[in-house]
Design a protein around this ligand. Sequence first.
Ligand code: BG6
Ligand code: MG
Length: 215
Amino acid sequence: MKYEGKKGVIFDLDGVICSTDHLHYQAWKALADRLGIYFDEKINNRLRGVSRMASLEIVLERSDKQYTQEEKEAFAEEKNNIYKELLKTMSPKDLSDEVKNTLVELRARGYKLAIGSSSKNTKPILKQIGLGDFFDKIADGTDITRSKPDPEVFLIAAERLGFDPSECCVVEDAKAGIEAAKAGKFTALALFGDAKGCGLEDYDLNGFGDLLNIL
Ligand code: BG6
Ligand code: MG
């Protein structure tokens, strides 16, 4: 399957360019333990592609206490402070050769490359893995008011690239991200996670490098 004429490729960050799941897990687990709330890897998997506050609501499902909005905001900040410390352990070693080489080849083929991520930590993460100045444009959690499955972050990324959504592919590992891509009229490419085989995607990728077979 070829997508002739696509000019832009918009990548989700967490779970697509690099893996941060284990760091999110450690940070949410630290908060949940402090609050005496049960939390495990299975619950953590439900947080993929979900905004920070929506993730907190999922974590709090296991609590029998009701918390005020103010307390919830403090919890989200507490988790994020732990997460930010953990992000400092990331390095260019967390960027696989497959991802790096594929990105470089896509650029050589003339594609413009952007990030479309719900994460407010997008820029520090890119810097840690050595891609601080790599992407042509970035749209992230600091730009949006509505998280995926709303298409806002991808629409901003496409606009910044100067392309119509019909001229861009989105690469996602979360079903919410595939829904967002389709809602924005992008071509949706599913990689790993609950994106692959969710039924809404235009194409299931067999690994990141498979992009070079279709673009
Ligand atoms: C997404 C992750 O990319 O960003 C989610 O898949 C995360 O797990 C969300 O909750 C928000 O991230 P952050 O860094 O703004 O808390
Ligand atoms: Mg993701």
